[in-house]
Design a protein around this ligand. Sequence first.
Ligand SMILES: Nc1nc2c(c(=O)[nH]1)N[C@H]1C(S)=C(S)[C@@H](COP(=O)(O)OP(=O)(O)OC[C@H]3O[C@@H](n4cnc5c(=O)[nH]c(N)nc54)[C@H](O)[C@@H]3O)O[C@H]1N2
Ligand SMILES: Nc1nc2c(c(=O)[nH]1)N[C@H]1C(S)=C(S)[C@@H](COP(=O)(O)OP(=O)(O)OC[C@H]3O[C@@H](n4cnc5c(=O)[nH]c(N)nc54)[C@H](O)[C@@H]3O)O[C@H]1N2
Ligand SMILES: [Mo]
Length: 738
Amino acid sequence: MDVKHSSCCFCSSRGCAVKVHVDGGRIRRVTIDTDAPVVPGAHCPRPSLAAEYQESPFRLDYPLKRKGKRGEDSWERISWDQALDEIAAGLSTVREKYGPEGLATSSGTGRGAWDFAKTRFMNLFGSPNRIGAVTICYGPRSMVWLSTFGGPLVPDSRPGKTRLMVLWGRNPHEGGPSSWHRYLEAKKAGMKTMVVDPRLTEPARQADHWVQIRPGTDAALALGMMHVMIGEGLHDGGFVGNRTTGFEDLAERVREYPPDRVARICGLTKDQVVDAARFFAGNQPSTIVIGVAAEHSPPNSIQAVRAINVLLAVAGSVDREGGMLIAGPAEGFIPDAAMELNHQLSPQQRRKQIGADRFRFLSYPGWELVEEQLRRKWGDQHPAAAYLNCLAHAPSVFRAMLTGEPYPVRGLIVSASNPLLAYANTKLVYRALQSLDLLVTLDVTWTPTARISDYVLPAACWMERPDMGNFCSSGSYPLIQVGEAALPARIPGRYERYDDYEFWRALGLRLGQGKHWPQGTFEEVWEHRLTGIFESRGVKSLAEFIAQRRWEKGTVEPGQCEEGLATPSGKVEIRSTILEKLGYDPLPGYVDPRQPEGEWKKYRLLNISGARTMPYHHSEFRHVEGFRRMHPDPIVEIHVDLARRKGIADGDWVWIETPVGRCRQRARLTTSHDPDIICSQHGWWFPEQSGEEPSLHGAFESNINITTDDDPDRCDPMSGGWPFKGQYMRCSVRKVEE
Ligand SMILES: Nc1nc2c(c(=O)[nH]1)N[C@H]1C(S)=C(S)[C@@H](COP(=O)(O)OP(=O)(O)OC[C@H]3O[C@@H](n4cnc5c(=O)[nH]c(N)nc54)[C@H](O)[C@@H]3O)O[C@H]1N2
Ligand SMILES: Nc1nc2c(c(=O)[nH]1)N[C@H]1C(S)=C(S)[C@@H](COP(=O)(O)OP(=O)(O)OC[C@H]3O[C@@H](n4cnc5c(=O)[nH]c(N)nc54)[C@H](O)[C@@H]3O)O[C@H]1N2
Ligand SMILES: [Mo]
């Protein structure tokens, strides 16, 4: 038995160190590599199911070309050369007829071994229209950090330094296999904890302080806490005086948010707001880990993320031991931004990015302002990767596919993403994809999206490529941990897969991009990016690096403020000059959501759609029997009082309805949240059902995004993020009558 030291990529945390036991070209088992700094918690079930995943008949083995009509599920096996030649020819036709901007790509959580290659391809092809989940996931956090603090904020993780960790709409128990056990250890060693969540989750149950906030009102709570802190002199006057801009304006702004008003907005009592502020202020230094909920809750997505981060600055817990540290570039490592070749996309093409005129923060207008500052301080080694901080607006791109406005988008390449499950308003996404001239999907397994594609290409999974943890994807985190391929991507007679880098490169070579893809393999890419570290260690290859010690730990230290930050003023910008230039409110604030109009008036429940649950990762793993046994059905959590009123019993199938559509999930009765809230799961489809139209593996049955809304008018005014949660995610429920 051969043991390979690999980097697990079964979830977006990406990069837990594991040992893959291989025998006769087959994965036998995957165990945790306890020597490494980052490992999955013992409660993560995914490594133990790796062999079943690898051998699943649902895996894609060879390139396939559609026969017959789209959705008939009839396929012809072709060679990689034929597939790439034909796709390149199709892309050239799109470019001739509609311009390079007629091509879009879709990304998810970066599972295909990072998105720099896709971005490079698009930059060289000439299209600004990359869409992806990062518009509503991590992109907002990242842009807020870069524009306000001049770098990503990372919690000071040195033992014993932090007095309080706040999980603000974040549940590592279900969604963070590597962070949950570290959290528990720190807690055991005396760190206090506070949870802000509408639901009594496992972390909330264990917390010293739980704030049961109403969905979508986090910005107001943070403003109210600052009102109390500034009013009672609990803020850090030295820090805000010396290290920030706009504190006076903020003090003025938070006067509009006294605890009684905030209590009404957030569904709390006045005392609860005051207590939250005092508890927080009384336990500094602190760190705050923000989850995805705020980002999923327009119209306050960016405002909430900013208000929470500014709260840290007001408490003086930024750039301070035990607080949030401002990360600089990881030494000796080439970050994504430097790999993307962003200068290759001309200003004229950038200006065509769909949605960027309206949603300016997370697209070229905002990214360019941020990038300029970071480049001033760090040159090419800056963390503002375009794949993370600069996207076209997905709902507007889907509309462009359907209407030709503002111009036609006729081709889409989907890689490491499942648009029919992931984006809001599935039926619209479906119509948009069906209307395309060319739809290509590169994935590890069959998906509903693959079934309606013209070409379906088999991707290598993480066990078939060298990979690296994303603790430094943007080049700023102090830990680099790599892993080797456990199996080759191609085994004659069994499968022929390409890793994502190989795919984009091979396509690029066919379109005249040759000189921009100097590294022939993914392994060479890592060797190139790690040259600086290799030199300091005296190693020459990835294999040697892995054999020696496959990680490199740097440190993030306080002191960035003293040096001057990569922001326009060199200080923490409580008042953001970048937001101001973009024409947005430069101060943290709370935008009153618009009252429901038209048909929406009938829908009174708030739906937290898509809180994380083990073992699934978004739409993945439904095809693996071991996972399905752990969690066979889509579950919607409903308060017992609501269930009683609606005649719903535990285990009943219920319709979840909105003006956009309806889907069905199974009720689980609970008292963990308010009666006027439900909590549904996302990502559900049924691989066991037919892959043909109209079923597409049951993608229209229990998929919650049939009910979610992507109307640009209800997206976040700054980022364009669409509502999966918060005040705009309303619905009704009723029992499914047989
Ligand atoms: N209603 C609702 N919707 C949501 C959410 C929610 O909370 N509620 N969450 C949103 C969030 S935060 C996110 S990040 C998105 C996620 O959106 P996506 O990332 O688009 O969704 P996934 O289902 O994770 O799709 C990832 C696909 O990548 C494939 N894959 C895995 N590894 C590789 C690889 O190495 N290479 C390639 N080419 N493919 C690979 C998987 O098989 C899978 O089909 O979903 C969003 N959708
Ligand atoms: N098992 C599993 N793990 C995952 C994923 C997965 O699909 N499955 N996806 C990964 C990805 S891409 C992401 S983005 C992360 C997300 O990780 P998290 O952000 O932790 O994800 P959630 O569980 O959706 O949300 C956390 C908590 O936010 C609460 N919440 C809902 N609305 C609000 C609100 O308005 N305010 C506040 N304060 N809290 C609210 C929910 O009740 C929930 O308990 O998880 C990652 N990990
Ligand atoms: Mo995400």
